[in-house]
Write a protein that binds this ligand. Structure first.
Ligand SMILES: [Zn+2]
Length: 382
């Protein structure tokens, strides 16, 4: 079983310079390697379309090619970074490409504020005398607020606006006894940070979360009015990022508490499968924030359930709001309709409650292993 632990770290001014430089070096490597892969595929397409190719046969750059190339052509900056950290950057790019082959978007170049983490995948880090020792960076003060269970496998450093964190992932070997399923609950997630359970209960997020969400909209609006590339704009950008962080932390806290409650009370928890693709394409800010939060709640519930020998299940929830949970009759519902009235069996229920029951009804039990998409290799040209 895998587990992740996050701790805040407090680098000195000097260490912060090194951390920032490492991020920047990793980001450049990411972008350059992406450019390399992109150029190669363009040339390959040229061959496919016109039969001309600078090299005899089309060749697709793979992770291994870029990894082998790395030690031979290191820049002075790259020499200052632990080598496995650099390799991990290439790995990350490779994962983006694999996701692309599965149908997600083409990997994107990372701008200045879009690259915030780097990872020591095996070694080069350790905790000594209550400090985090990072190879090529130094011993950083760390606040270890909880014990770490299991062997630490990877160490990721994360920059969050003006704060730094370390995330350890650990592997724990433990026998988990599966609990027989006696209680099942279905959960409908709403747009307005509201959860509806199939037993009719509703869980409201804490009020301060709403307050922060409103504040974000205000600050974001201010940002859009600032002049491009001005000093004021940059200041406002940091302000917005801070509100973002606050919301993230508040949501995380809410997700932790809610998932704990769910796992303590129910043996199988059924969620709707979120459509990640729609999430990314959705430009509505409130919606994207709330979806991101729901993803987190699902992840937390999933691992807490696993630890407890219980089940979290994800079902496809298309049309759960339009379907009667008692007789299956379909009604036309607009977003404004808050009550579901069935014209066939006469059932009257709150819209979200009806949807939550439908989600529960779609549970098939997690014993049926879910179909996972096979890794699709890029289609080679003739
Ligand atoms: Zn009905």
């Amino acid at each position: 079983m895998k587990k992740a632990y996050q701790f805040r770290i407090y680098p000195t001014k000097n260490q912060e310079v090194k951390l920032n430089r490492t991020l920047s070096t990793c980001r450049h490597l990411y972008n350059e390697s992406l450019e390399e892969r992109r150029r190669e595929s363009e040339l390959n397409n040229l061959e496919r379309d016109f039969g001309v190719c600078p090299w005899g046969k089309p060749h697709w750059i793979k992770y291994e090619d870029q990894q082998n190339e790395l030690p031979l052509s290191k820049t002075p900056y790259q020499k200052e970074v632990f080598s496995q950290v650099l390799q991990n950057v290439l790995k990350r790019l490779d994962i983006s490409f694999k996701n692309f082959y599965r149908g997600n978007g083409y990997p994107r170049f990372k701008g200045m504020n879009r690259y915030n983490t780097f990872t020591y995948p095996q070694k080069g880090f350790g905790i000594e005398d209550g400090k985090l020792n990072l190879s090529k960076i130094g011993c950083i003060r760390i606040f270890l607020h909880r014990d770490i269970e299991g062997n630490i496998k990877t160490c990721t450093i994360k920059k969050d606006v003006d704060q730094w964190y370390v995330i350890f992932t650990t592997e724990i070997e433990r026998e988990i006894k599966n609990i027989p399923v006696e209680t099942i609950i279905g959960i409908d997630v709403g747009l307005k940070s509201l959860l509806t359970l199939s037993n009719g209960e509703q869980i409201e997020p804490p009020k301060f979360l709403r307050i922060s969400e409103d504040k974000l909209v205000r600050e974001q609006r201010k940002l859009s009015k600032k002049k491009l590339r001005s000093n004021n704009r940059n200041k406002q950008r940091i302000k917005v990022a801070r509100v973002h962080r606050k919301i993230r932390n508040q949501r995380k806290d809410f997700a932790h508490k809610t998932s704990r409650m769910l796992v303590d009370h129910f043996d199988r928890i059924v969620f709707e499968k979120l459509q990640i693709r729609n999430m990314v394409q959705n430009h509505c800010l409130a919606k994207s924030i709330s979806d991101a939060g729901w993803g987190q709640l699902q992840t937390f519930t999933e691992y807490k359930a696993e630890e407890a020998g219980k089940q979290a299940e994800f079902v496809i929830a298309n049309g759960t709001s339009q379907e009667c949970c008692i007789c299956g009759n379909k009604e036309i519902m607009t977003l404004a309709d808050r009550t579901f009235r069935c014209s066939k069996c006469g059932s009257i229920k709150d819209r979200d409650h009806n949807a939550a029951i439908n989600i529960e009804n779609r549970s098939i039990g997690t014993d049926c292993t879910e179909f996972t998409p096979v890794e699709i290799e890029p289609i080679l040209c003739r």
